[in-house]
Design a protein around this ligand. Structure first.
Ligand code: 1SD
Ligand code: ZN
Length: 268
């Protein structure tokens, strides 16, 4: 089993029936899978754990920024020449520093679906993920097989407020170059703090889970913002014109069982 083969194989899946992923990727049938329904949300009172989640270096402008349509999502890789400039998360539930690798989006066929996590059964129109890996493991690939290897920020978007935001606009103006799977472009870099979830002094619900795509590695400390973020219906229409592999028209996975897991809450 080579790493190259493993990576190539992990690209082979469709969203038409996400419940069958376990046939080719046994971990997708595990007990700590994501996404899950979160029984709270949108401004309700929760018990905040001590220890703030800290966003470090997110105002740094990347040295380069590359976007790919990987057939499953639009994925953005910001890179910094000096490792010390890379943004990272620490504090809250995280035991160490988690550096940013990439960010991407999950969406649906219409405004009533698209997010992967749900709040009290309510799905929103889009979900934004910022994937981080624990820097002490040296590489993204090494961290991908460690139980505490990844931290992923989730932010749910909905068109109910009808306004756009800077980070979304900066990516959306590039979507024309990303229409087909394997399309890839370089863009003029902008700081990740242009996304409202960054530094938002928000409350995050944290739980232990997995990647929401095959191999479904159970390596993720999830931090989902309890706030709701705004996008326009027009912008949602635009991301639906990005073609995915296998003719998929959405890229959110079905909800998974919580089993024995618990939720904790942190402030940033
Ligand atoms: O869907 C993404 C996938 O595109 C890839 O980024 C993977 C990490 O290699 O992470 C999943 S997710 O769990 O962040 N949705
Ligand atoms: Zn994701």
């Amino acid at each position: 089993f080579s790493l190259i083969w493993g990576l190539a194989k992990s690209q082979e899946f469709s969203y038409k029936d996400t419940t069958t992923w376990g046939q080719n990727y046994p971990t997708c049938n595990g007990n700590n899978q994501s996404p899950v329904d979160i029984p709270w949300g949108f401004g309700e009172t929760v018990i905040i754990q001590p220890g703030e989640l800290q966003w470090i270096n997110y105002g740094n402008i990347p040295d380069s920024m590359r976007i790919v349509n990987n057939g499953h999502t639009v994925q953005i890789y910001p890179t910094w020449v000096n490792a010390s400039d890379r943004p990272y998360l620490t504090g809250g539930p995280l035991g160490g520093q988690y550096v940013i690798e990439q960010f991407h989006f999950h969406w649906g066929q219409n405004d009533s679906v698209g997010s992967e996590h749900t709040f009290r059964g309510r799905r929103t129109a889009m979900e934004f993920h910022m994937v981080h890996w624990k820097s002490e493991y040296g590489t993204f690939e090494a961290a991908a097989s460690q139980a505490d290897g990844f931290a992923v920020i989730g932010a749910l978007y909905d068109p109910i407020f009808g306004k756009s935001s800077r980070g979304i606009e900066e990516i959306w103006r590039e979507l024309g170059g990303l229409r087909q799977p394997n399309d890839a472009i370089q863009i003029i870099p902008f700081p990740l703090s242009d996304f409202e979830v960054v530094n938002s002094r928000d409350t995050y619900v944290s739980y232990y889970g997995s990647l929401t795509t095959p191999g479904c590695n159970e390596v993720v400390t999830w931090l989902v913002a309890l706030d709701l973020f705004s996008i326009t219906s027009d912008e949602l229409q635009q991301i639906r014109s990005v073609q995915l592999g296998h003719g998929d028209t959405h890229n959110y996975r079905a909800l998974q069982n919580l089993n024995n897991r618990q939720f904790t809450y942190y402030q940033s």
